[in-house]
Design a protein around this ligand. Structure first.
Ligand code: ADE
Length: 245
């Protein structure tokens, strides 16, 4: 079982997102565990301060090292088995490959940064890795922590039913998924492509691969540079490019 420990100054933010959908099921089935810790309870001064003014002046507040260090001491029983992550817009950008890597740890600790940032000693001495969920600035690391728990949990065996298999997800194969359709076959004169209804699975697979390549070329050509493509895929891509000249 993978265990997530989230260190936050707003623990109440996590109630709803983990209380529904597949994450709730995974928690109920004990395939994952999520513990939310209020950083404030680890502050020792009488006002339970988690932030303070920056040395040297300047705007904004800085998260203090002591409450976070003490929280880590309390929630990480075996430092070598845990992966401690700080959520910050300065971190490496979160990707499916990172989610896959994280899904192999026994314990993942997510520290939700706030304000102008955290005391540099947290970065230097307490965390293994810094992650950003994208090139934009949020009010804190709570939403990024939820995103990481979600993306990693769905890779844990048995969290997804067969019907939602992660194997062919966009990004996990290196390219985007093609279109999906369900009933009815025709809606407001919008028809499902004949090939999908043909029952010829070889043709359907070929069509899906082609659509997937077409979509990736159109929306995320950067992914094609790193994707694991067969010779057939490369031939199809050449055809698609020629058709669109
Ligand atoms: N905290 C604020 N913005 C963030 C981002 N984009 N990713 C991770 N943590 C953040």
């Amino acid at each position: 079982m993978i265990r997530f420990d989230i260190l936050s100054i707003f623990p109440e933010m996590f109630q709803t997102p983990f209380g529904c959908s597949l994450i709730k099921k995974a928690l109920d089935k004990q395939l994952i565990a999520v513990n939310i810790h209020d950083i404030r309870t680890f502050a020792t001064d009488k006002h339970r301060m988690t932030d303070d003014y920056p040395f040297g002046g300047g705007g904004g507040m800085v998260m203090k090292v002591d409450p976070i260090a003490r929280a880590l001491d309390a929630v990480v029983p075996k430092r070598d088995k845990a992966h401690v992550i700080l959520l910050t817009p300065q971190g490496e950008t979160f990707k499916q490959t990172i989610a896959e890597e994280l899904s192999f740890y026994d314990q993942i600790v997510l520290i939700c940064g706030h304000y102008e940032g955290v005391d540099e000693r947290i970065r230097e001495h307490l965390v293994d890795r810094e992650i950003s969920i994208g090139d934009y600035v949020l009010t804190g690391g709570e939403l990024p922590a939820m995103i990481i728990v979600d993306a990693v949990s769905r890779l844990v065996p048995d969290v997804l039913g067969n019907r939602d298999s992660a194997l062919f997800d966009s990004h996990s194969t290196g390219i985007l998924e093609g279109p999906h359709y369900t009933r009815p076959q025709e809606y407001r004169n919008w028809k499902v492509p004949d090939v999908i209804l043909s029952g010829d699975h070889k043709k359907i697979d070929e069509w899906r691969r082609r659509k997937s390549l077409e979509r990736t070329l159109e929306r995320r050509p950067d992914l094609l540079e790193k994707a694991d493509l067969s010779e057939e895929d490369i031939k199809i891509l050449e055809e698609i490019k020629a058709e669109n000249l």
